[in-house]
Design a protein around this ligand. Structure first.
Ligand code: FEO
Ligand code: CA
Ligand code: CA
Ligand code: CA
Length: 733
């Protein structure tokens, strides 16, 4: 049986509302070769899709014309939008914000209206792209930093040094401090006030709410971040097995702020993701941190990381969900520890009056879990700012996805049984578990070792030390490894989570490949013909049983799968941020890693004639891009290409104004690989592509090297920037 992708989705939808990828995939011979006559109509999306780098079922081009039409392609260093749409820059790296500056690598955006056509835009600044940041720092910020001197000084020690242990009088320490500080200033959060003027453009109004919360807030001022929940008991420890920073429950800064969420009561949640790049991630049995020396300062031509090392920041205070009230100029953020410490990508809230609050968040690592916090108290009025109190008591759960399309939640508490994930079920056969009694983690590679771990420890409480509150705090601090020990499903890098208008949860699983951290459950995360690893990702829909926030069981199904149309994919790769518009269409941006962008694909097979791995042909997908997927009607699950980002960037932070007339978008790390584009540098590269019915053909593609976006002058540095997208006719998008 050869099913078209659309038929497959209908088949999924017809099967009791929820069927697993695996059970759908088995029993059919895949999609290539299925006869496709006409492309689906794009009437439901309200724009003519832009022309991407490969043939799509949704591009409006007839099958017979695909080879001719896609035989050559030019990638452009700009934000490409459909006819009738335009964009304006709202702010870019280095611009002034309050007493600081607009940071690097803007990601999550949240717009909270304060009046007609005006409001507060909260912006996450996730990370710095080492080589491009160093290359352009002086030109953009107007100051120099001693990169070359410090690089030379640590070159003999593999570019790493434990600067924390150097005496304060040491000249090298002072220079590392200077670089680390500026790097951390470029991370965190920002709030800016904006207003739409009569010409349809958004402009900054510089109100008293404008401010930065940076990676060093609190270090040289009193702008410490606060914390709630059981991990506070660990932060307040005066002594323990590991490193204690002496600050109690005060926290210096927030960094690696990736995506986030906006509460119905007008606060913003910001997710600390890859904190392992700046602080030690593993912890001791009592939840205290490893010494700063475990993650030294690191600098080479490509990287400036371990920037918390010189300041002696405690690892267990990072990797949390931070809440801020943009409207309160004195609020510098609160880390809610009941939501767990892991590589938080984003957050989605199910806030229904009379029910407990449910907070969903994925841990974006290979083998990371999906989590849900359920509050102890219930919501009275969703718009009431007092609802922030609900974050301070409840329970954190991790998801178990069963291959049959059902699932359940496991409480991460001391009495939960140890029942580790078996390596044989995981792509790459690797599961990291808490190492005892030393603390930290160890790699389990055989089912026998996982079983022996289970024989040694009965409950999560046996893995952590302290009184009940302290054990709970340590479990939350070590949430990922505790969840591995409890048997939560290892997944395919969950990126965004978003609640649909119908109350279901959409999850972007961005990549199914395994890595050093682990891999996804291979019984679940597969291609249509059962292929593993499936690199290109999925969008999955999860429905809680009874639609209840506090439900302990759920159903799940595949909504759309990344990949080439000829293999049953929807035409995108590596879905990341999600956002619903008022019509219930799902907007999605991709995060193909920069090193893969437009990487040439001269053949689909290696020297021995073996098909290349998916990770070796990702270049076919071109630049990162913006897609729209209807969630109902005959086009449900089809993906329409709305926009394409500038060179070597990631498009992030989708957020609509309430009137739907503006779509805010953050363009992160333009020029991340080649830096500033010089003299319009470009290369022509060859790509072996497939028509939507699977016939190979060759495309000649012109690829600019580096970026000059957003100002686009031939000697302009690339800068991360936030834009407002609108229709030229001023109608809703
Ligand atoms: Fe920061 Fe997982 O994207
Ligand atoms: Ca992301
Ligand atoms: Ca989102
Ligand atoms: Ca990402």
């Amino acid at each position: 049986m050869a099913l078209k992708r659309r038929d497959f989705l209908l088949f999924v939808g017809a099967s009791a509302g929820a069927v697993a990828l695996h059970s759908c995939a088995s029993g059919n011979s895949g999609l290539s070769g299925s006869s496709k006559k006409a492309a689906p109509k794009s009437s439901t999306v309200g724009f003519k899709p832009v022309r991407g780098s490969m043939p799509l079922e949704t591009d409006g081009i007839e099958l017979t014309k695909q080879v001719a039409d896609y035989g050559s392609y030019e990638v452009v260093d700009d934000l490409v939008l459909p006819e009738g749409f335009t964009y304006d820059i709202i702010g870019a790296w280095g611009d002034n914000i309050g007493d600081s500056r607009f940071g690097y690598n803007n990601d999550y955006l949240s717009f909270i209206e304060t009046g007609k056509d005006e409001g507060l835009l909260t912006i996450n600044f996730e990370y710095i792209s080492g080589s491009t940041w160093m290359q352009t720092y002086q030109q953009v910020i107007g100051q120099s930093l001693p990169f070359d001197e410090v690089k030379a000084a640590v070159a003999n020690s593999k570019g790493k040094i434990n600067a924390f242990a150097l005496p304060d009088s040491d000249a090298l320490k002072a220079k590392i401090r200077e670089i680390s500080k500026e790097g951390l200033v470029d991370q965190g959060l920002g709030v800016i006030s904006i207003r739409k003027t009569a010409d349809g453009k958004w402009r900054r109004t510089h109100s008293s709410a404008d401010r930065r919360i940076t990676g060093i807030s609190g270090l040289e001022d009193d702008r410490y971040l606060k914390a709630t929940g059981p991990a506070v008991a660990i932060f307040r420890k005066q002594q323990g097995q590991g490193y204690i920073d002496g600050l109690g429950d005060r926290i210096i800064g927030t960094f690696q702020n990736c995506a986030g969420g906006t509460t119905p009561w007008g606060t913003v949640l910001s997710a600390e993701e890859n904190v392992q790049d700046q602080v030690p991630e593993p912890v001791y049995v009592d939840g205290t941190s490893f010494d700063p020396e475990a993650l030294p300062f690191q600098i080479d031509d490509k990287t400036v990381d371990g920037r918390a090392n010189v300041f002696g920041l405690a690892g267990n205070k990072y990797g949390w969900m931070v809440e801020i009230d943009p409207a309160n100029p004195d609020d510098y953020g609160t880390k809610h520890t009941w939501l767990g410490r892991f590589r938080h990508e984003a957050v989605a809230l199910k806030a229904v009056a009379g029910k407990p609050l449910a907070v969903y968040s994925g841990c974006d690592r290979r083998g990371g879990h999906l989590y849900k916090f359920v509050s102890k108290g219930t919501i009275n009025k969703p718009q009431d700012k007092a609802n922030s109190q609900l974050f301070s008591d409840g329970m954190l759960y991790a998801a178990v996805f069963e291959p049959d399309g059902t699932g359940r939640w496991i409480a991460l508490e001391p009495k939960t049984s140890v029942n580790p994930v078996l390596p044989s079920t995981v792509e790459g056969n690797l599961v990291p578990l808490p190492k005892r009694p030393e603390g930290g983690i160890f790699e389990v590679k055989t089912d026998a070792d996982a079983t022996s771990f289970k024989e040694q420890f009965a409950t999560l409480g046996d893995l952590y030390e302290g009184n009940e509150t302290e054990k709970q705090g340590a479990i939350l601090i070590d949430a990922h490894y505790a969840a591995n020990a409890a048997g939560a499903t290892t997944t395919a890098r969950p990126e965004d989570t978003e609640i649909a208008p119908d109350g279901s949860l959409y999850i972007a699983f961005t990549s199914g490949s395994p890595g050093d951290d682990g891999g996804p459950d291979k019984r679940i995360f597969k291609g249509l013909k059962g292929e593993t690893p499936w690199e290109y990702g999925w969008i999955v829909r999860l429905v809680e049983d009874g639609d209840e926030s506090a439900a302990m069981t759920f159903q799940w199904e595949s909504f759309a799968m990344g990949g080439e149309p000829a293999e049953g994919g929807a035409g995108f790769a590596n879905p990341d941020n999600l956002e619903f518009d008022a019509n219930g269409n799902l907007w999605m941006v991709t995060d193909i890693s920069t090193s893969k962008h437009n990487q040439t694909v001269t053949s689909r097979v290696d020297a021995e004639g073996k098909p290349l791995e998916q990770t070796d042909i990702q270049g076919i997908f071109g630049n990162n891009s913006i897609w729209v997927l209807p969630t109902s009607g005959s086009n449900a699950g089809n993906a329409y290409l709305f926009g394409i980002g500038p060179m070597e960037c990631e498009t992030t932070g989708l957020f609509f104004t309430p009137d739907q007339k503006t779509l805010f978008l953050a363009v992160q790390h333009p020029g991340e690989q080649h830096g500033m584009r010089k003299d319009k540098a470009a290369e022509t590269r060859k790509f072996t592509l497939k028509t939507t019915d699977g016939k190979e053909f060759v495309q000649k593609r012109l690829v600019p090297l580096g970026s000059n976006w957003p100002s686009k002058g031939t000697t302009d540095p690339p800068k991360p920037a936030v834009v407002a997208i609108r229709r030229l006719d001023a109608e809703p998008i």
